[in-house]
Design a protein around this ligand. Sequence first.
Ligand SMILES: [Zn+2]
Length: 432
Amino acid sequence: MKSPLLRLGLLALGLLIAPGPASAAKIVVDAGHGGTDSGAIGVNQLQEKEVTLDIAGRLRDLLVQHGYEVAMSRTTDTYVSLSDRVAFTNAQNADLFVSIHANEYSSPTTRGAMVLYYDDAYPQSSYPASDAMRALTPQSKALAQDVLDSFVGTTGLTNRGLVESAVYVVRMGQIPSILVETAFLSNQADAALLADSTMRQTMAQGIARGIEAYLPTSNVVFPDTLGHWAREAILRLKAQGIVDGVGRSFEPNRALTRAEWVTLLGRVFDLSKAQAGSCSAAGGTVAGAVYGSGAAGGGGCEPASAGAGAAGAAAFRDANAGSWAFTALDKAVKAGVLEGYPDGTLRPDRPVTRAEVAAMFQRLAGPALEGTLRQPFKDVPPSYWAAGAVAALTQAGWVNGMTANQYMPERSITRAEATALLDRYLAANPKK
Ligand SMILES: [Zn+2]
């Protein structure tokens, strides 16, 4: 057990070597009005609150696809006060606030798009702004201009320009804030456009592109892990060269394959020093042959198939010497960490199960189970082939059950779960 001080030191080191921005660009998308507040009513009876919610949802989806984290001030037809919208935004630690509205005017011929922001050069004495918003005038204005340009460019709507405004949500926040008046519900042609789902999507695209112009996300690492519970662990292990993405993505919820798992093990442990064939069922140190299921082998410590071990991965008919994972597979087989199936296959692309992960990991990392085997999981009885490994790793705090009393040993492990396991291990046992 490492001392608390050492753990703290390691944590600090982890923070120092963490790459890039700790969190990605985060946008608060605010659908105007809602609930008892319907907003403007269109000449076609369309309610502003419906239009804003639909466009906001489309905008959220586009932003998430483009690597942003998004928080919505409302996702249903509910009333949210203006001060609650600002309070919500302040609590998000977000980068930008974008409110979506549709306009109305007494003249039915007035149409087009405009973007509102707070400008300290045009203060309104009866509507004082927050100090932060006053200071953020250049940022809000630049954001407003980028979004307006992109919006009218994408939709072809009339450009009614920027508006220096004292509306509450762009005046009282702490981050660059704008309000997009998409089009006029009081104008026949605009109202028809606002009723059209294709046009709403185009409007959302226009806003998203404007946000992207102001705040690019090209430097976001693994955008598909934004908001994922394992993102911090994934970034730590990427910084240490242990995990890779698939292109720009990490695919955190995809099942980890056997080839990927031994590749990760090879980056954390020196497989050439691993104890080949170490297998002691006593005391719970179940190394366990890595069969496909608990039914195979039963004892779990029997050698898998003839040809394993010294001959390496080449002994298996499905191990392709030209494949990206061959070296890692070969080392793992020679180290006795990975064993094949009785039919002479290694099945490198098969998802690795949570039991197999526990068994292989314990073989390399220990720990031996201390004391008597106390298994918290109802689905891992003492007779289960990997029971010792699961218990030991649970005791060490490196693995968790899927629920308080279920480990789900036959379930495949996700890339995020495997990364979290290695992250917890490395926090306590840093790589030398
Ligand atoms: Zn409105």
